[in-house]
Ligand binder design. Structure first.
Ligand code: SF4
Length: 376
């Protein structure tokens, strides 16, 4: 179901591996940005986007906003968009000592789900990622969100980071399960070109775990989490029943999404566009009463849309319904791409269950090989 994404482009400090658009924040800038976002969202004509099942505040570091600022943004969303009953409202939070009343304030503002960017509980490994947070701040934050009534809490972990081992991942999982989150993300670190970490690796100053070690870390996460009742519903995501992230499911299922804020991407009716990733341009345009500059990245034809649906949908454990793709986009657009996947099926990386095509357990480990066939 469609979702609304709101980008909060501020971080206190840039992490070594991150290429997201974000800048240092000041209280004045946070307030100015909130006002601009509210004006931008409120300007959008009501009904121009289907009723949304989710609203997601990501970043950047949305937890730099006050609950009142989050509330003002969510009020603007509710005033300008149809939201489905029981809408999921997620906020990414970086572990830090929470300000008094912060968790209760978010819950009162309508937040239903919190995603905690823990990455690892081990200080030396956090330093390797260029993150300044303190592991000992995680448990009190979890406690405060629970007391505030947040009943869907996610912990985000990184695998394959500098110095990480299968044993360190097992320890992070043990510490994670102590928090009893409803959702766990365990992402293999992607080395983004141009980041300090990518430069350090290229210069030989930092080593990353090799492919076999990465696979072992991933398998450890899969085994530990599924053995205690989490459903492995997407390559890197695990949830207790009823707690899959509805917003991210929308991306993987090929639903439309609407993005607000500099650098935010939208996909509406096959057109992918992005708000120019420049905070001050965004503020200038919106404060002058104009829509922010938006660049059309691509217009997807039927074949592109099938490719995208396969690339995203094969990340899901349940895979993609080939019959539905054919019904939506026609056999001419669908069958050639399904044919491209045949060698992966013959190699045991993909399997069919009725009309659904999905990765096997081994295919999940080698998913990039399957995806390369689709884009090659
Ligand atoms: S990883 Fe998160 S906290 Fe770190 S710089 Fe990127 S957006 Fe900011």
């Amino acid at each position: 179901m469609p979702g609304i994404y709101i980008h909060i482009p501020f971080c206190t400090r840039k992490c070594a591996y991150c290429d997201f658009y974000s800048l240092p924040a000041s209280p004045h800038l946070l307030q100015r940005y909130t006002q601009a976002l509210v004006a931008d969202i409120r300007r959008r004509p009501h009904g121009s986007f289907p009723a949304a099942a989710s609203v997601y505040l990501g970043g950047g570091t949305p937890s730099l906003l006050s609950p009142a600022q989050v509330g003002a943004i969510l009020d603007a969303v509710a005033a300008s968009h149809d939201l489905l009953p029981g809408v999921e409202v997620s906020v990414e939070v970086n572990p830090a000592p929470l300000r008094a009343g912060f968790a209760r304030g978010l819950a009162a503002a309508g937040v239903t789900r919190v995603s905690l960017g823990v990455q690892t509980f081990q200080p030396a490994l956090l330093r390797g990622l260029g993150r300044r947070q303190r592991p000992e701040d995680v448990a009190p934050a979890v406690h405060q969100f629970r007391r505030a009534g947040i009943s869907s809490l996610g912990v985000d972990l990184v695998l394959g980071g500098p110095g990480m081992t299968t044993a360190s991942v097992a320890e992070d999982l043990r510490r994670t399960l102590e928090m009893a989150p409803e959702h766990v993300s365990a992402y293999l670190l992607a080395l983004e070109p141009g980041t300090p970490l990518a430069r350090a690796v290229a210069a030989g100053r930092v080593d990353l775990p090799g492919e076999d070690e990465e696979a072992s870390q991933y398998e450890t996460a899969r085994e530990v989490l599924t053995s205690v009742g989490y459903r492995h519903y997407e390559l890197s995501n695990f949830a207790l029943p009823g707690h899959a992230c509805r917003h991210n499911l929308g991306y993987w299922e090929g639903q439309d999404y609407l993005g607000y804020g500099p650098g935010a991407v939208s996909l509406v009716s096959g057109v992918r566009s992005m708000v120019r990733a420049d905070l001050y341009s965004y503020l200038r345009e919106v404060e002058a009463g104009r829509p922010p500059q938006r660049v059309v990245l691509e217009t997807l034809g039927a074949v592109d849309r099938v490719r995208e649906r396969l690339l995203m949908g094969l990340r899901l454990t349940e895979g993609v319904c080939a019959a539905q793709l054919e019904a939506e986009f026609g056999p001419e657009a669908t069958r050639p791409l399904l044919a491209v996947l045949q060698p992966a099926a013959a190699a045991g990386l993909l399997e069919y269950a009725g009309n659904r095509v999905r990765l096997t357990g081994r295919g999940q480990l080698l998913a990039n090989e399957v995806f390369r066939a689709l884009v090659g």
